[in-house]
Unconditional design. Structure first.
Length: 198
């Protein structure tokens, strides 16, 4: 008799176990559901994600200031009324090297249209940064940011690990567009054109 009752008892135990496991599994599934809409989507992984922000939805103007590798003072406030393209980079970053010639070409093409460029170098001392700029023919200024003060000012706009990243600031200094990861030149040109047309 015991032998016949054992399978029934195990089945009941399994059913009771499943009865407790099912609600727990549903609870865990609910914890793992997508809640991304609750949070700011400014954090990205640096994989080429692009974002364009309608003028009515842009946040406060950014203020980026410092001393360039050429020992000249720079302030984004001085460029209000123009567009400013901000590129976050460092010399040993492979996508930074890949995009550098395109960024220089775009800088040259838009210089007479009220579009300025500035780099923010997150790692290098003057030697490697200047060698990079010379090697790639970069003529726009870059700001060293060894203590991450500029990156702190860019928080919410540039993820700390998203290098390179490129921002297009509108004439008021607000972020109008961003590329997290290497900048595709046609995408960046289209972003600049749209902001220029505003």
């Amino acid at each position: 008799m015991n032998a016949r009752n054992t399978p029934a008892r195990l089945s009941r135990r399994r059913l009771l176990g499943l009865g407790g496991t099912l609600p727990a599994a549903l609870l865990l599934a609910a914890c793992g559901s997508d809640t991304s809409s609750r949070y700011d989507s400014g954090y990205v992984s640096g994989d080429g994600v692009t974002t364009e922000i309608p003028a009515a939805e842009r946040t406060d103007p950014l203020e980026i200031a410092g001393t360039t590798f050429e020992d000249e003072d720079f302030s984004s406030v001085d460029l209000r009324g123009e567009l400013l393209v901000v590129n976050v980079w460092y010399a040993s970053c492979p996508p930074c090297r890949k995009e550098a010639p395109d960024l220089q070409a775009i800088h040259e093409d838009y210089a007479d249209q009220g579009v300025s460029f500035v780099g923010v170098n997150v790692r290098d001392s003057a030697g490697p940064a200047k060698a990079f700029e010379e090697n790639y023919g970069i003529t726009y200024p870059s700001l060293p940011d060894p203590d991450a003060q500029i990156m702190y000012a860019l928080r919410g706009q540039v993820a700390p690990n998203a290098v390179p990243s490129t921002l297009v600031l509108d004439r008021e200094g607000r972020v109008a567009a961003r590329i997290s990861g290497g900048a595709d030149p046609s995408t960046l040109r289209a972003m600049i054109d749209r902001v220029l047309a505003e």
